[in-house]
Design a protein around this ligand. Structure first.
Ligand code: NDP
Length: 295
């Protein structure tokens, strides 16, 4: 089975590594070609010079780029996906994208007789390495089933959420919750630190109580308390995701006060901590404003 993987970033590279197996004939492409060459020499895949070259003859094409705007660009550019795609191919977009652009891309792909599913992932670079990601899919059920052998290499939980765009929408809302949990946990722990309650002790209580979340159970213990703040998922990407969530709620005319507040706070945080900072480094902004470390 021929597979092309486009986008070897922080999460794309460990996902693609699962496809570098004899049962898949893998070709990779990355905008910065040095990353693709390094990947290929490590995993034994082929490297393509352009997206068109990568996807020629491929049954499945996986994209994992910054956002839908970059996917659109890689699909439509002169040497892009549309210039090389086969009529029976499936484009599996694992980017955390926006539903409207995904629907546009799906229509462009359908014009060539090929198929599109949005399939954003959750579980971080750790889950990508372990092959335990959650994959939220939007698109035709039969096409998602066809793509399962590819999705199952890096995903453990694979769920069809609805038509094209539904995977992106669920992912965006998941990210809004992640952002809200990080910010609110940071504020609560900063207040408690001021009162002299150690964050380690507070988290021990909260994680046995009803205020717990992935932020309190994993992110704070593993990244904040030891001050390691590893850079695995850019805050800028989370800001992009919350903006998508905010737009979805606006278009749906549903209340979105928390989502809009999270969008504003993470936008401010990005301006302070910068483009390369990890999403959990938002806590540094709360600490700065509180005049206390979460410790
Ligand atoms: P990175 O910033 O590490 O990688 C982004 C990738 O997109 C790189 O391969 C980059 O190429 C490529 N790219 C960016 N702009 C363009 C462009 N204009 N044309 C072609 N290629 C481009 O991001 P991640 O790997 O962390 O994230 C990828 C997607 O996965 C995002 O949508 C993110 O929200 C999502 N995600 C990330 C998670 C994580 O833990 N990191 C977790 C879950 C989802 P180049 O190398 O040349 O810069």
């Amino acid at each position: 089975m021929r597979v092309a993987f486009l986008g070897l970033g922080a999460i794309g590279a460990p996902m693609a590594a699962h496809l570098a197996k004899p049962s898949f004939e893998l070709t990779v492409w990355n905008r910065t070609s040095a990353k693709a060459r390094t990947f290929a020499s490590r995993h034994g895949s082929a490297v393509a010079a352009t997206p068109a070259e990568a996807v020629r003859g491929a049954e499945f094409i996986v994209t994992c780029l910054t956002s839908s705007a970059q996917v659109h660009e890689v699909v439509t550019s002169a040497d892009g996906i549309l210039a090389g795609i086969d009529g029976n191919a499936v484009l599996v977009d694992c980017t955390s994208g926006d539903p409207a652009t995904s629907r546009e891309i799906a229509a462009l792909i359908a014009n060539r007789g090929a198929s599109f599913i949005d399939a954003p992932v959750s579980g971080g670079v750790k889950g990508a390495g372990a092959g335990t990601l959650t994959v939220m899919c939007g698109g035709d059920a039969a096409i998602i089933d066809r793509a399962r052998p590819v999705l199952e290499t890096f995903g453990k939980k694979i769920v069809r959420c609805g038509d094209v765009g539904a995977g992106d929408a669920v992912k965006a809302m998941n990210q809004a919750l992640l952002a809200i949990h990080i910010w609110s946990t940071g504020e609560c722990l900063a207040s408690l630190s001021r009162l002299g309650v150690e964050a380690r002790i507070a988290l021990d209580v909260i994680n046995g109580s009803s205020g717990r979340s992935n932020a309190s159970e994993n992110l704070f213990p593993e990244r904040v308390l030891d001050r390691s703040f590893p850079r695995t998922f850019k805050l800028a990407l989370l800001e992009k995701d919350i903006a998508i969530a905010s737009r979805i709620a606006e278009d749906a005319h549903t209340p979105a006060d928390f989502i809009q507040l999270a969008a504003r706070l993470f936008s401010e945080a990005r301006a302070i901590v910068g483009e390369d900072a990890d999403h959990v480094e938002a806590v540094r902004v709360i600490e700065e404003r509180a005049g206390v470390k979460v410790s």
